[in-house]
Design a protein around this ligand. Structure first.
Ligand SMILES: [Zn+2]
Length: 150
């Protein structure tokens, strides 16, 4: 399963299927799920067997080799197979792309660190990474809380 592009990208649990270029020459990275844990219900832990639907998510990420890339992760929504489980269905997630997150964990951390440790302003950092400033403000708060517990 693991190929060279997957190793280069380095997002645990995600496999690079192919890399194309969009109309403006930006690399578009098609990803699939490469982690068995992603199909286990987050509530009861049971491994799901029945797909409810497919969804495509486009989380923002750090540049790869200095180039901005566009990620496109085609993932499944599963029915939980435990009859009594209150969680009837769930979407695949991995540590680097939590459910409902619109950016990778490593981008969120880098944005928070750029403001907290790198002396960048929130607006500069948002522009650097092509994300909105409220997301950066939130990442900064998370980073500062982790680094400065007091
Ligand atoms: Zn469940």
């Amino acid at each position: 399963m693991v190929n060279d592009m997957t190793r280069l990208l380095g997002l645990d649990g995600l496999v690079v299927e192919r890399v194309g270029l969009d109309a403006t020459g930006v690399p578009v990275v098609d990803l699939s799920t490469g982690c068995e844990q992603a199909r286990c219900c987050p509530q009861c832990g049971q491994r799901a067997v029945r797909v409810k639907q497919w969804a495509t998510t486009r989380p923002r990420d750090l540049p790869v080799a200095g180039r901005r890339v566009r990620l496109r992760w085609r993932k499944r929504r599963w029915y939980c197979s435990t009859p009594a489980c209150p969680r009837r269905s769930f979407t695949e997630q991995v540590a680097q792309v939590p459910a409902r997150s619109r950016l990778t964990t490593r981008l969120r951390q880098a944005a928070g660190a750029a403001v907290a440790d790198g002396g960048r302003t929130i607006v500069q950092t948002a522009r650097d990474h092509g994300i909105s400033w409220p997301i950066v403000a939130n990442a900064f708060t998370t980073h500062a809380t982790a680094v400065l517990p007091a």
